[in-house]
Each structure stands twice: as structure tokens, then as C-alpha cells.
Design a binder for this molecule. Sequence first.
Ligand code: MG
Length: 458
Amino acid sequence: MGFGAAPNRKPGFTIRTNPYKPIWIGDTNQERMFGTSGIRGVVGEDITPKLALKVGAAIGEPSEKVTVGRDTRLTGSGLENAAVSGITSRGADVELLGIAPTPTVARYADGNSLVVTASHNPMEYNGFKLWNPDGTAFDEEQRKETVSKIREGVATEPPERFGDVTKQEDAIDKHVEEVVGSISVEGSLKVVVDGGSGAGSRVTPKVLREIGCEVVTINCNPDGTFPGRLPEPTEENLGDLKEAVVAADADLGVAHDGDADRTAVVDSTGSYVQPDRLMAVFAESVDADEVVAPLNTSMVVDHVADVTHTKVGDVYVAEKLRETEAPFGGEPSNSWIFPRQTFCPDGVYAAAKAAEIASRNPFSERLQELPEYVIERGSLECDEERKAEVMDQVREDVCTEFDEYSTVDGVRADTEDGWFLVRPSGTEPLIRVTAQADSGKLADELYSYAEDVLRRHL
Ligand code: MG
């Protein structure tokens, strides 16, 4: 058994460049790249220092001060320097936190903030996440405004003064202190932390030790080549963590992505906790009557609380939480939002919360009490240009046929014991179909029905 043993994946870092390919600025790919989670792409192809400079100028122009942090990627420092130049060139000051989890930056900032990160993407990627002072991501209007500033450039006259840059060393300590002060662990608890070599690698172990846990670490040396595993904390990437929890006879395992806004959980038996079920357990832990979640979330969450559905994306969950005042929301990508802490998904807080829960009752016991549902997922190909027309027709059919439906994102229909969702992929030429029910037979029926409707209009 090797803690943190690297899988058979040779770390190699290549910046892919193609001198003949037009750079991204001015390209039609702009909207595609500026998703709800910010701007992201392959470094050298889509993400360049020139782009970083423009992003910096775009966020610097309306700000007095911008707080800047980054994850552990090898390209982070260079892109950060370029972004900082952009910000200060528009007269805004910069508060530089260095390598820090996204939630650390979002919590620390009292103005806008920028994180150089590609979140859960592989090492070749990098990007920029932009945050408001309350920890919500830039909304649609702000994203559009930023894209047009990047495309057209900001004002050309020099600012009255260039901004100053100050380094802040206390942001992580402050984050640790805030989390430690709001979590209480009962008795002794052993936790394995898989930091994924990302920005949370040194932070979460510190928090857990301070709340009284015994901590075993794997992949907790910050390393932008991500030598131990891929950054996304999916079940298939967490084989070492599952093994480590069993080998260490631990009560719990937690794992982050590259910027530690996500947290996955492994229970004491070494089983990965499915995110939908984890969402139900988190919701119960804060006595939530109401939970905000995207409309592809499992019925297991409806079992513990009223669910307000949003479009798919943790950004939409945060926006809705700001409106509803629900005490918890999340996305089955392992993004968890506890709005009384911050509207930014905080993986460090979620890890500590998981420890608090496990110290009272083993996860495996609580999970056994939750009902099982069958979920089916698939997709059919559809060209980008036809997606809107096809979805209009599917929506019309489904809304005529069913009494209970939602058109928040694609179209979802609910029956007494199940639901289905037909939704266009945001990134691929596909329309996705999801169906869930309390029996395999019904899930099959709902899936086939939805797929038939979709086929009719393709
Ligand atoms: Mg992330």
C-alpha cells in the first residue's frame, strides 16, 4: 500500500503553441470560453499572458482594489504577473495572496477578486475566476461586460496613478480561523486528506488538526504537475484515497480539486459517497427545510428537504441562494455552498463540516437510511446551430404532455415517482437525457420516453 503513490501517468508538461492559430482575443470562441465559472482553456492556445493582461485591465477598471490568488499550476505565477500588470495599469491596487484556495481569496476580499485557476481541469489548462465582494461569481451581465472590455480594450488614457501591489500573508490563517470557529468535532476522529496537490493541500489538514482530528495526508505537497492524481475529485480519480482510508483505519476521507472549492467524501468503509447523497447529508446537518440545487439533482435530496431547482452550474446555485436565504445549496459536482459562511463554494469548510458530521454518526450508517433511486444518463448528437430549435420543439411536447414541468434549463418533467430532463450540453454538440425513478423499470420508461421525444425532433 503506498500512500499517495502516483498512478502510471508520466507527468510531462508541454505548452502547446501554434504560431498560425489566431489568438483567442477577437475570436468567436470568446463566449464559449467565458463560461459561468470564468475563463478557461489550454495555456498557450487559449490562455496567454496577453489575455491575462486584458482580463486584469477589464476587472481593474471598475475596481479600487482587486484581491488576487492562484492555484498550484506551473503557469499560475506568469499569468498572475500579467493579470496584476493589467489591474494596476488601470489604477486599481492589488492585494496579492499567492497560492491560496479560491474560497480563501473570495472570503478575504472586500472588493472584487480574481483567481488564476483552471479548477478541476488537468495541468495543461489554466484560467481566471472573477468574484464579487460577497463571494458570488460574476453574473451574466458582468461576464458580458468583461468580454466586451477584453475584446474592445479598456480606456487608453493613462490612469491618474498606477495601482500599488501589496502582499498579504494572513489570508489563509484568517480562513482557517473562521472555519475552526464554526465547527465542533466530538471525540476522536481520524481523517485522510487528499489535497490533490492543489491549493487546499496545506489548508484543510491545518483546519482539521485545529478542530481536534488526527490527520493523515496524501497528495498534500502543492505541485502544479498534479503527480498523484488528476485534479477532479471524481470516484475514478480517488482510488488511492479509498485505499488510504481503509489502510489507516480512518473515519473519513476528504478530497479537493485544484483550487479547493470542491470536496468529495469517502466513508470509513473506503466507499466514495455519491455527491447527490452527500448533498442530502449536508442538508440535514444544517437542518435545511429548503435546499437550492440544479435540476439534474437526485430525488434523494427531495427526501430530506424542499428543493429549489436552478440551471446547471454552481454559479446559479449561489445566485438563487442569495435570493432565497436557504441555508444550504450545492451541485453534484461536489460543490457545496453554506451561505452563512460565504456564497463561494468552500471546499475547506465542507471538509470540516464532513468531519463534524462523521464525529457524531458514521457516514455509512446515515447513507444506509437514505432511499436508493435508479438514474439513467445518455445523450444524442445535435449540431450547435440546431440545438435551440430542437429544444423548443421538445419543450413544447413535454409541457403539453405533463402537468409538472420546469423549463429553467432545457426541460424537466416530474411524475409521482420519477423525473426526466432533456438539456443541451453547454460545451459539446450533444443534447443530454437524464431520467431517475424509484425503480429501474420506471427509470427505463421515463428515459425511453424522453429519448423518443428528442429523436422525433432531431
Ligand atoms: Mg474548483
